[in-house]
Write a protein that binds this ligand. Structure first.
Ligand code: SF4
Length: 395
């Protein structure tokens, strides 16, 4: 009973699921802890810590951003190229499909090009999981209930344990087992959670606990409810996502609501924003969701006003340019770009640095103090000179 030894707040119920599938569920006494990362003081669910290659998830570790290659699995060169782009964009854990033995060749090829932990996405064929483990993968996404008898599950668990590889059990509303669907009358949140815990139980049976779980539904409310349900039933780290969320704009909106609501509850340890788009856009979207909640560690926050009839400078252009240049700033500063003297100075004073527009000019405000007036064409340059000076002073 390793959990019981590690933490007395977990209670075990052996054999709760079904006698023929012994399975240990963990009743998680909700045990949140303060998340010092977040200015909003989000209290994180205390998930057990998993090491995925160089990235630790769970506990108070930063929420890790994941994405998935959408290149063909037989296109090694293109896959490596996209992996490099994703790493450059800020991807922290990278998944790709391994549909056959030939695709296992992706693992060493991508490993040689990026430092990211790599996750093999495998369905049904346990031999692919064994081959991926041998080829140096950092994590495997597989549902043990889909790979056959106990012997196969035992082999996969043993190979993963020997190589320090965690397994993600990933359930979605289309993959819930018939019996569970019948019991719940459909792919309800409780059905998704039960399905995930069934697969988890097959691994636990072999003493394997390095597990992460995802429960995805294309319905935002169902996704939120499913994760809330399972977050109280176990302490495994949770990978969040709204599956098949849609194209760039709608997919971001649905993911921001679904993933964002859960993160605000303190639930979730890794996230993927699924978009029908270039996966590089998924990284930007994920960063924006984390930034919006104050969970993007070490990065700036931009506050800007919507402009109105009082605006006398090109605030929309200025804010866009500030946002673009802030992408290169790696410091947790708050920058305000405000249109006028009515609300501007007040808001800018709340920030580390900011500007409030006047008529063809702006005042620069730093740590609550008005520093000087800047002509409109110099606003962005001077703001960034001050940001650079401020960061140098602070170092
Ligand atoms: S800060 Fe000024 S310009 Fe911007 S919306 Fe408010 S009142 Fe209008």
């Amino acid at each position: 009973m390793p959990f019981a030894a590690e933490n007395s707040s977990y209670v075990f119920f052996p054999g709760l699921y079904a006698p023929e599938m012994p399975y240990y569920t963990i009743k998680h006494r909700i045990k949140h802890q303060e998340d010092t990362m977040s200015e909003q003081m989000i209290r994180r669910r205390n998930a057990r810590v998993l090491q995925i290659g160089s990235v630790a998830i769970g506990g108070t570790n930063p929420i890790a951003i994941q994405s998935m290659l959408n290149t063909r699995s037989d296109d090694i060169e293109g896959s490596v190229r996209q992996a490099v782009e994703l790493e450059k964009a800020g991807c922290q854990i990278l998944r790709f499909a391994i549909p056959n033995q030939e695709a296992v060749a992706l693992i060493p090829a991508i490993s040689a090009a990026v430092k990211l932990p790599l996750v093999a996405d495998i369905h049904f064929d346990y031999r692919l999981a064994l081959a991926a483990a041998d080829a140096g993968i950092s994590k495997i996404r597989i549902n043990p209930g889909n790979i056959g008898d106990d012997q196969r599950v035992a082999e996969v668990a043993a190979a993963c344990r020997a190589n320090g590889i965690p397994i993600r059990v990933g359930v979605n509303s289309g993959s819930v087992e018939k019996e569970i669907l019948a019991k719940h009358g459909g792919p309800t949140p409780a059905a998704l959670a039960e399905s995930a815990l069934y697969h988890v139980g097959l691994l636990e049976k072999f003493g394997f606990y390095d597990i992460a779980i995802s429960l995805k539904s294309s319905g935002v409310q169902e996704t939120i409810a499913a994760y809330r349900t399972i977050s109280e039933q176990c302490d495994y780290p949770l990978h969040l996502g709204v599956t098949e969320a849609g194209t760039e704009r709608m997919g971001l909106v649905k993911s921001a609501i679904g993933i964002g609501s859960l993160l605000a509850d303190g639930i979730g340890d890794t996230i993927r924003v699924s978009l029908t788009a270039n996966p590089v856009q998924e990284i930007a979207a994920a960063q924006d969701i984390l930034r919006g909640l104050g969970l993007l560690e070490g990065r700036p926050t931009l506050v800007s006003c919507p402009t109105c009839g009082r605006t006398r400078i090109d605030l929309i252009g200025i804010a866009s340019e500030v946002e673009r240049r802030l992408a290169d700033v790696h410091a947790p500063i708050k920058v305000a770009v405000m249109g006028c003297a009515v609300n501007g100075p007040g808001e800018a004073r709340e920030a580390d640095i900011g500007i409030a527009g006047g008529d063809g000019n702006a005042v620069l405000i730093k740590k609550g103090q008005i520093i000087r007036k800047i002509p409109s064409e110099r606003i962005v340059d001077e703001l960034f000179e001050e940001i650079a000076a401020m960061l140098t002073e602070e170092n």
